[in-house]
Design a protein. Structure first.
Length: 119
């Protein structure tokens, strides 16, 4: 079985530590990455990198929790909560969301879709 827990922990830690390039290292070169469920997906790691490279410029003080709700060898559904401070406005945000992810046999991300509510 794929190691979803290890992947999610590394994914969330790289986000918390503002390491966008490290986040992208967890991804397969070709994938379907939906930043928002209704947007067209990014299809390559190179297309995803700009989404993550701005994180260190606009977020700080990140903390999170997560719980895997479902997993099998095909996919995983994860609930997460996060707090962060937006740098430019010094506004604290709370996020409640769901990830759907799929990993290849090397535990690299091949599919990512998230639904989240930010307040």
């Amino acid at each position: 079985m794929k190691n979803y827990n290890k992947f999610i922990k590394e994914f969330m830690e790289s986000w918390k530590n503002l390491e966008g390039e490290k986040t992208c290292e967890l991804m397969a070169d070709k994938l379907s990455y939906f930043e928002n469920p209704i947007d067209k997906p990014c299809k390559t790691k190179k297309q995803v990198l700009p989404l993550w490279s701005v994180v260190k410029e606009n977020q700080k003080d990140i903390s999170y929790t997560y719980e895997i709700l479902f997993q099998n060898d095909e996919s995983c559904i994860c609930h997460f909560t996060m707090t962060r401070t937006m740098v430019k406005t010094n506004t604290k945000q709370q996020i409640d969301g769901i990830f759907e992810i799929k990993l290849d046999n090397e535990n690299k991300l091949t599919y990512f879709k998230q639904w989240r509510y930010t307040k």
